[in-house]
Design a protein around this ligand. Structure first.
Ligand code: FPP
Length: 162
């Protein structure tokens, strides 16, 4: 059966779309609202982006949501972001399972608060069988961290020649 995208638009569709989440703070500032108000709107846009990607037949959606640098933000903002993330995951789990969306997480998951990490692990485990859309969530990500991690892994993979 044709996807909605194939029916409506004949142009080829990218298999993978990546979004850097940015501008939440400025968006809120323009409306004279607190930054967290912008982050809440950002999370709502994620819901819409995921749904649209699934509907039109994108296979991978990568969201750069929270970088290693973001840990340096005021404690209250970080706390609010973590709460938003956990709330999002909790509220979306059933929809994700119903719609075939598999969650994967990239970045330093171990740096996340316990309750957020547990919720992430739960959603990752419970959507493992889903195959319509892969949602890659980058959390505590950073190019420097990734390079360090990559070299650490490759060193681990080097076997001495006998
Ligand atoms: C960038 O806006 C956005 C972030 C640093 C955080 C985005 C994360 C969430 C909204 C948490 C929920 C996540 C998901 C995936 C549901 P900014 O504050 O850097 O904006 P600015 O550049 O205008 O300051």
């Amino acid at each position: 059966m044709k996807t909605m995208h194939e029916t409506c638009y004949p142009a080829p569709l990218p298999k993978h779309v990546a979004i850097i989440m940015d501008g939440n703070g400025r968006w809120a500032q323009q409306r004279h609202r607190p930054r967290l108000f912008g982050h809440k709107a950002g999370a709502d846009s994620v819901r819409e982006a995921v749904e649209t990607a699934r509907e039109i037949g994108v296979r991978h959606l990568t969201l750069y949501a929270f970088s290693t640098e973001n840990w340096r933000r005021p404690g209250l903002e970080v706390k609010g972001l973590m709460t938003l993330l956990k709330t999002y995951l909790k509220s979306e789990l059933d929809t994700m399972k119903k719609n075939g969306i598999r969650l994967q997480c990239f970045g330093q998951k171990e740096r996340l608060p316990d309750d957020v990490r547990k919720m992430l692990d739960k959603v990752i485990a419970e959507t493992e069988h889903c195959s319509k859309l892969r949602l890659n969530l980058c959390l505590s990500y950073g190019s420097r961290t990734e390079m360090i991690e990559l070299s650490r892994r490759s060193v681990g993979n080097v076997h001495p020649v006998s």
